[in-house]
Design a protein around this ligand. Sequence first.
Ligand SMILES: [Ca+2]
Ligand SMILES: [Ca+2]
Ligand SMILES: [Ca+2]
Length: 156
Amino acid sequence: MDSVLLCTLLLCGFGLGVAVTAVYKMCPAGWTRYRGDCYLYDDTELTWIQAELHCISNHGNLATIQNQHQYTFLRSLIFKSAGTHKRTWVGGYDGVEEGTWLWSRGTKFDFTQWGPEEPNDFEGNEDCMEINREGEDFVNDIRCGRENSFICVRRP
Ligand SMILES: [Ca+2]
Ligand SMILES: [Ca+2]
Ligand SMILES: [Ca+2]
């Protein structure tokens, strides 16, 4: 009877341990937590698809923008890391169908806070989304072959 009780306690303890691990799962070293996701700014300047592939190799995707508060978080993460409001890729693209924007992460795209007159698909060749255009608080579509720094997002 005592040993059964002891085993039960051990099982409970083990179960609790698993639950606690799940709740407090940490972001990998160097990543910053924000509302349940982990973000990493990378100063390396790559094309949009190179940046996305780099994020995928780190179990993530280019960052999404869900709301104003989170957009402000992304800009401050860039500023803290780079020391400037550096032009930075995020995961929006309309390369499949012109004017239909998607997030590479696959989440719903309902972003509307583009810079004035954007997205303008300048010269019919702007299918990728950057923030901090010219260091400004400005979200822009730009040609995907441009080389920008980037932010990845992933689950903890
Ligand atoms: Ca296009
Ligand atoms: Ca476009
Ligand atoms: Ca544009």
